[in-house]
Design a protein around this ligand. Sequence first.
Ligand SMILES: NC(=O)c1ccc[n+]([C@@H]2O[C@H](COP(=O)([O-])OP(=O)(O)OC[C@H]3O[C@@H](n4cnc5c(N)ncnc54)[C@H](O)[C@@H]3O)[C@@H](O)[C@H]2O)c1
Length: 432
Amino acid sequence: MKKTVLVSGGAGFIGSHVTVELLEAGYDVVVADNFSNCDRTCFEGVKKITGREDLPLEVMDFCDLKAVKALFGKYHIDAVIHFAAFKAVGESVAKPLMYYKNNLESFLNVLEVAGAQPGGCNVLFSSSATVYGEPDVVPVTENTPRKPATSPYGNTKTMCEDILRDTVKASEGALKGILLRYFNPIGAHPSALIGELPRGVPNNLVPFITQTAIGKRECLNIFGNDYPTPDGTCQRDYIDIVDLARAHVYAVTRMMEGKMKKDCEVFNVGTGRPVSVLELVNAFEKVNGVKVPHKFAPRRPGDVTAIWADPTLANEEMGWKATRTVEETLKAAWAWECHLAQQKEAGSDDTGKATSLKDQILQAADKANEAISDAIDKVKEYSALSPEEKKAKQDEWNSKLTEAAEKASDSVKDIVDDIKEGADKLFKGKKD
Ligand SMILES: NC(=O)c1ccc[n+]([C@@H]2O[C@H](COP(=O)([O-])OP(=O)(O)OC[C@H]3O[C@@H](n4cnc5c(N)ncnc54)[C@H](O)[C@@H]3O)[C@@H](O)[C@H]2O)c1
C-alpha cells in the first residue's frame, strides 16, 4: 500500500518542491497550509507538473490543535514533513512573539498528535545551518557545536531540534525523527512552474538577483566586501531546491524502511561547495546573459563570514547527494522569474486567482465568526452580572464590550474589503 506523507506548509517554496519529488517517488501526499506566506501559485504548479489534479489540500493552521487532530483523523499519515513556520530573520527580531508562537506552537501540535497515532509516526523537521552560527571551523559537520542563536527565528530552529529529540526519546519508539539542516536553498523547478515567491522585498539573495535583473528592483546591495574570504564577500553553500527536495525523499524512505541507526537523526543538506555572493552574482549574469546592477554596501550585523556543509553523512548514510550545478540552478531561477513576469503580463490565471481569493475570504469569514462569537459571549457574561457587579465594574465592562463590538465590526469590514479587492482583481481588464 502507498504510504502517505503530510507536508505542513506544503504550498510554500520548499514544501511545493518536496511535494513534487514525493509524488514522483510514488508517495501519496497531503498538503496543508494556512497561506500566511504564500498564495496558490505553487500549489497549482505542483498539480500541473505532476498531473495530480486530485492532490489533497487542507487549508488550516497548525497552531490550531483541534484542526491538527482533525487532519490526522481524516488521513492515515505515515510521516510528517514540517515546514509550517515563519522564516524571516529580521521580522523575527521585530516580532519575536509572533515567531515563537507560530514556529513552536505549530510544531508542538504536530508532535502531540503524531505521537498519539496508533502505530506511531515519522517526523521530519526543517532545520537550518543557522544553528551553527559563526562556526570556528568550516566545513561544518553534524557534530560541529551549535552556537547560541542570534535571532528569535534561529532560536526557534534550535528549540524545535531539542523538542523533537526529547519527544522522540520519551515516546519509546512511537515517534522517529530526522532533522535536516538546510544550507542555502536556491533556484526553482526546471519546469519553471514553481519557485520562490517572496512577499515584498526578498530576504534571500537569489530572488533579489532575479528581481533586479528583470527590473523590479534598481540595484542589488552586496553587504560587505572586506570579509576574510577570497573576494571579500560572504561565502555560502547554495543548494539547488530540487536537490534539497530530493533529500527529503531519501530521509522519509529511510524512516519508512526502518533504516535509521538512531530514533532521532540529523543530517546536513548542502553541497560541500562554498560560493561567494559575488561569484553567484557573476555566475548568474554569465549563464543568463543579463546584467544585475549591484554595488557594495557596509556589512550587515549578524551575517556569518563563511559557512558550508560537510555533507558526507547524508551522502554515505542516506545515499543522497546534490547533483545540480550552480549554472543549472541559476538558469532555473531566471526561468522562474521570467515565467512570473509572463503570467503578470497575461493577466495571470483567473482560476488560480479565484481559488486563492476564496481561501482569503474563507479565512476572513472564520476570523469574523470568532470575533462575533466572542462579542456575543461577552454580552451574555455582562447580562448575567448582578446590578451591583455591573455598577462596580461599569468602566471595565464598557471598554470590554466596545472592544469586542469593534473587533467584530472590523472583521466584517475585512471580508467586505477582501470581496471588493477580489472583484477588482478578477474583473480588471475584462471590460476592454
Ligand atoms: N528557505 C530557506 O532558505 C530555509 C532555510 C532553512 C530552513 N528553512 C525552513 O524550511 C521551512 C520552509 O521554508 P520555505 O522557504 O519553504 O518557507 P515558505 O514561507 O515559503 O513556506 C512555509 C509555508 O508554511 C505556511 N505556514 C506558516 N505558518 C503556518 C501555520 N501555522 N499553519 C499552516 N501553514 C503555515 C506558509 O503559508 C508557507 O506556505 C521553514 O520552516 C523554514 O524556516 C528554510
